[in-house]
Design a protein around this ligand. Structure first.
Ligand code: PEP
Ligand code: MN
Length: 348
């Protein structure tokens, strides 16, 4: 199937009542900026005792949404029974949630229930940072001849506290895109952020990484939402956000652009080879240190020396406009390799 680019999917986290579903859908559709209306009907919640969705009772409301707005509707499915229900009501687009993608038994059950369908099925990334599992879910569906598949990047859950509810780990989304280049990939800033503050920034990052569209949660009165209240935006908030995202073109035919690009890429290539040469030299020095430590029976790790080295590197880097996080990750990797080199020398 041909997907419009950028494709915008928006609507409430959950269909709560007929009124809320219709009012939200109508407001969201009125802008002409949204292509598909979403609403969850079965909600996989982290904790029991929270709202778990209205179930099949809400599906006729989505049929009304379709009639009222003329837009296709999307619903999450997590088991074969859900598939049977959505097919009965002619739901246009399905998605598989992050918790379900994490479970191969559930994905297999869905794939068999969906066998041969040309209803589009969007596969969210699993909860954990595992590209194999994400790709495995797609492979199960493809093996059952589910014809129109797509991906949704909704971030990965982590233990460390961060400004995101789910860490984006953009490199994993780029990796699945590299493995499955024929599948469109959409970004779900709502579930990545878990708040409203960073939505626009994450949406822009997705646009800059050549994503095919966005899925964003919008609710007629977000603060009263029965699920994911903190991250949902009003329809007006949604329109502001969509207007702020710049979708740049993939390439340009301009000769001067191509010339400058070639020049700059040449520069990057030569800088990269300099970096590699310098790293090799640095590791050779680390081995020399390993040798003198071995000859003097001194242990490898000297944390005070390392901490002061990192601290001075970070402040120098910062003054040159490099981020502390980047530098700290880079030095961590260099340090690990350096220790490994010394360990080999010491234990030869
Ligand atoms: C949702 O889209 O409302 C949802 C439950 O998402 P996820 O599977 O990404 O948590
Ligand atoms: Mn949600």
């Amino acid at each position: 199937m041909e997907w419009k680019k950028p494709l915008i999917i928006a609507g409430p986290c959950s269909a709560e009542t007929r009124e809320q579903t219709l009012a939200t859908a109508q407001a969201v559709a009125a802008s002409g900026k949204v292509d598909i209306i979403r609403a969850g009907v079965w909600k996989p919640r982290t904790k029991p005792g929270t709202f778990e969705g209205m179930g099949e009772e809400a599906l006729p409301w989505l049929v009304e949404v379709k009639q009222l707005t003329g837009l296709p509707v999307a619903v999450e499915v997590a088991n074969a029974k859900h598939v049977e229900s959505v097919m009965k009501y002619g739901i246009d687009v399905l998605w598989i949630g992050a918790r379900t993608t994490s479970n191969p038994f559930s994905v297999q059950e869905l794939a068999e229930a969906l066998r041969g369908t040309d209803v589009p099925v969007l596969v969210k990334n699993p909860m954990n940072a595992d590209v194999e599992l994400w790709g495995g879910a797609v492979a199960r569906l493809a093996a059952c001849n589910v014809k129109n598949l797509g991906l949704i990047h909704r971030g990965f859950s982590g233990y460390a506290s961060s400004c995101y509810r789910n860490m984006p780990m953009w490199h994993l989304a780029l990796e699945i895109k590299k493995r499955l280049p024929e599948l469109p990939i959409f970004c779900d800033p709502s579930h990545i952020c878990g708040n409203r503050e960073h939505l626009a920034e994450v949406a822009q990052q997705a646009a800059d990484l050549n994503y095919d569209g966005l899925m964003i949660e919008s609710h007629i009165s977000p603060d009263e939402a029965w699920s994911d209240a903190k991250q949902q935006v009003t329809p007006e908030g949604l329109f502001g956000l969509l207007d702020s995202v710049v979708w740049r073109s993939e390439d340009s035919d301009s000769e001067s652009y191509q010339r400058s690009l070639d020049e700059l890429r040449g520069l990057i290539d030569s800088l990269d080879s300099e970096i590699i040469n310098l790293l090799a030299r640095r590791m050779a020095v680390a081995e020399d240190i390993g040798r003198i430590k071995r000859d003097n029976n001194v242990m490898i790790l000297q944390p005070t020396r390392w901490n002061s080295l990192v601290e001075s590197a970070m402040s120098r880097a910062e003054s040159l406009g490099l981020s502390r996080d980047f530098l700290s990750a880079l030095f961590e990797a260099i340090h690990l390799e350096s220790i490994d080199k010394q360990r080999r020398v010491l234990n030869k």
